[in-house]
Design a protein around this ligand. Structure first.
Ligand code: ADP
Length: 483
C-alpha cells in the first residue's frame, strides 16, 4: 500500500481547481453554443458536472470554487434567482458529500496503512523467532507457518498453507487430530491448549522428533485460531550433550594438569621402590654367591614387594589420567578418599606434614564417579600441602562425617595461612590464583564436579588458623542399597 506523499495533496488540489475552471467553462460554452433553445432554467444545471468533478478530484475547496464560478457564470448567462438558489443548494450538498467521501477515503487509507505496518511487524516476528510457530484455524487447516517452522519440518510455507496440520504429526495422532479438535469444541476440555506438552513431530521425510508444544487460542469475529509454538528438543538435547562432553574434557584436562604439577613428586615416589628393588637384588645376589639361600629368598621377596608398590602407584596414575566416560556407581567413600590421598599426599612426609584421617564409620557408600571425586579430594589435598609449605605447624586432617538429609561430608583442613583476602570472594572463578605457577582452575572444576553430583563445596576457616574445604555428596542409604 503506497502512502500519499506531501506532493500528492497539492496535486489533488490543483487538479480539482483545474476541473472547477474547465468544467464551468465547458458548461458555459455548451449553453452559449446551444443558444436560447435550452431554456433559462437549465443554465445552472450545466454547472453541476464541474462541481461534481472538482469536489471528487480536489475535495472541499475546489468544489466550493466550482460552485462560486458556476453561480457567477450562470448569473452572467441570465439565470434567474430561483434557479440559482436551487443550484446553490444542490451544489453545496454535492460538495459536502464529496468532502465526507474524501474524509472516509483518507481514514480508510490510514487504517490500511496501519494494517500493513502491523502485518509487516508480525511477519518480521514470524521470520525471526527461534521457535517454530504454526497457526491453524478452527478447521485444523494451517493459516501461518513461520520461517523456523519451515526449517524444522522441511516444508515451505506455500506448500503447507491451507493443509491440515495433522500432516506435521506421526500416526496415530495424524488420523486422530481432527477428533481431538472436535472433542475440545464439544467438551471444552483442554489437553494441550494453555498447558504445553512434549509431543512427537514428523518432518517432511517422515522422520520424527521430540518437540515441546505450547498452544494458545485466539477468538476473533471470524472464528477461533490456535497458535502453536514448537521447540525442537533434539537440538537442545544435542547441545546439552555437547556441553557435557566439553565439561568432561575440561575435567580430564585439569586432571592431567594436576598430574603435571605433581610430576617431580611422583617420579620421586616411584624412584624409591625402584632404588629399594635394586638394593634388595644386589644383596640377594651376594647372598646367593656365598650360599645364604634362605636369606637371599627373603631379599627377593622384599624386592617383589617393592615392585608391586611401584606398580600400584603407576596403576593409580593410569586410572587417574584415563579419559573414561563419566559414570556414577555405588562406591565406598572412604576408599575413594584413601586412594586419592595415596596419590595426593606424595611428598607430604618429606615436607614434614602430619596427616590424620578421621572417618566416621556411619558413612560408607555414595553414588559417584570415582575418578572425578578423587580428583576433587586430590585437588584439595594438593592445595592444602602447598598452603602449608612455609608454615611452622603442618597438620592436615581429612574427615568423613555424616551430614543432614542423607548427605556425607568430606573435610580437608590445613594449618596454612588461610585464604588470602584478595581471592576469597572469587575463589571458585576460573583463573583466580595467588600462585606463581598456578592455573587457578582447580577449585572451579572441583565445584563443578561436586555440584554435578548434587552436593556443595565451600571453604571455612580452620579454628586456630588455616583453611578447611568441605564438600557434601549424597549418601546411598541401606534401603536404597537393598533395592
Ligand atoms: P591454583 O591452585 O592453580 O591456584 P585453585 O583454584 O585450586 O587454583 O586455587 C585458587 C586459589 O585459592 C589459590 O591460588 C589459593 O590462593 C587459594 N587456595 C586454595 N586452597 C587454599 C588453601 N588450602 N589455603 C589457602 N589458600 C587456598
Amino acid at each position: 500500500m503506497s502512502n500519499p506523499s506531501f506532493l500528492e495533496q497539492p496535486r489533488r488540489l490543483w487538479l480539482g481547481l483545474l476541473a472547477a475552471g474547465v468544467g464551468v467553462g465547458l458548461g458555459a460554452s455548451v449553453k452559449a453554443l446551444a443558444g436560447p433553445g435550452l431554456g433559462e432554467a437549465s443554465t445552472p444545471l450545466l454547472m453541476i458536472p464541474a462541481v461534481v468533478l472538482a469536489s471528487a478530484l480536489g475535495g472541499f475547496l475546489p468544489g466550493l470554487l466550482a460552485v462560486l464560478l458556476g453561480a457567477v457564470a450562470a448569473w452572467g448567462l441570465g439565470a434567474d434567482l430561483a434557479a440559482l438558489t436551487l443550484f446553490a443548494l444542490v451544489a453545496a450538498s454535492i460538495v459536502a458529500g464529496g468532502e465526507l467521501f474524501q474524509r472516509a477515503r483518507r481514514r480508510a487509507e490510514g487504517v490500511n496503512r496501519d494494517l500493513a505496518e502491523r502485518e509487516a511487524h508480525v511477519q518480521s516476528i514470524l521470520d525471526t523467532i527461534p521457535d517454530a510457530l504454526v497457526i491453524i484455524g478452527e478447521d485444523g487447516l494451517i493459516r501461518s507457518f513461520s520461517t523456523a517452522a519451515e526449517r524444522l519440518f522441511s516444508w515451505t510455507s506455500a506448500e503447507v498453507l491451507g493443509r491440515n496440520v495433522s500432516m506435521l504429526m506421526p500416526q496415530p495422532h495424524k488420523d486422530a487430530h481432527d477428533g481431538y479438535l472436535e472433542h475440545y469444541y464439544r467438551t471444552g476440555e483442554r489437553r494441550i491448549i494453555g498447558l504445553g506438552r512434549i509431543v512427537v513431530g514428523a518432518r517432511r521425510d517422515g522422520t520424527t522428533f521430540p518437540m515441546e508444544l505450547a498452544v494458545g487460542e485466539i477468538r476473533t469475529e471470524t472464528g477461533r485460531f490456535f497458535t502453536g509454538f514448537i521447540r525442537d528438543l533434539t537440538e537442545r538435547q544435542s547441545t546439552e550433550a555437547r556441553l557435557q562432553e566439553l565439561q568432561g574434557e575440561l575435567i580430564h584436562v585439569s586432571r592431567l594438569t594436576a598430574m603435571g604439577e605433581m610430576a617431580s613428586a611422583l617420579a620421586h615416589e616411584i624412584n624409591q621402590p625402584l632404588g629399594a628393588i635394586a638394593n634388595y637384588l644386589k644383596g640377594s645376589s651376594r647372598l646367593l654367591a656365598s650360599g645364604g639361600l634362605e636369606k637371599a629368598r627373603v631379599g627377593l621377596d622384599k624386592a617383589a614387594e617393592q615392585a608391586l608398590r611401584a606398580g600400584d602407584i603407576i596403576r593409580r596414575l593410569r586410572e587417574f589420567a584415563a579419559r573414561g566416560e563419566s559414570e556414577r556407581r555405588v562406591e565406598s567413600l572412604p576408599r575413594i578418599v584413601e586412594e586419592a590421598a595415596a596419590l595426593g599426599l606424595v611428598g607430604a612426609r618429606e615436607q614434614g606434614v602430619i596427616v590424620r584421617f578421621q572417618f566416621d564409620p556411619a558413612v560408607d557408600v555414595v553414588l559417584a564417579d570415582r575418578v572425578q571425586i578423587q580428583q576433587v579430594v586430590l585437588n584439595l589435598l594438593r592445595n592444602a600441602l602447598e598452603a602449608m609449605e612455609d608454615s611452622a605447624r603442618k597438620d592436615l586432617t581429612v574427615r568423613i562425617d555424616p551430614a543432614p538429609d542423607d548427605m556425607a561430608l568430606v573435610s580437608v583442613a590445613d594449618t596454612g595461612p588461610g585464604i588470602a583476602p584478595e581471592v576469597e570472594a572469587k575463589l571458585f572463578q576460573p583463573f583466580i590464583t595467588t600462585k606463581a605457577a598456578g592455573m587457578g582452575v582447580g577449585l572451579s572444576i572441583c565445584r563443578t564436579i561436586v555440584e554435578a553430583h548434587g552436593g556443595k563445596l565451600w571453604p571455612e576457616q580452620t579454628p586456630g588458623g588455616g583453611a578447611t574445604f568441605r564438600f557434601t555428596l549424597r549418601a546411598v542409604t541401606d534401603g536404597e542399597l537393598d533395592e
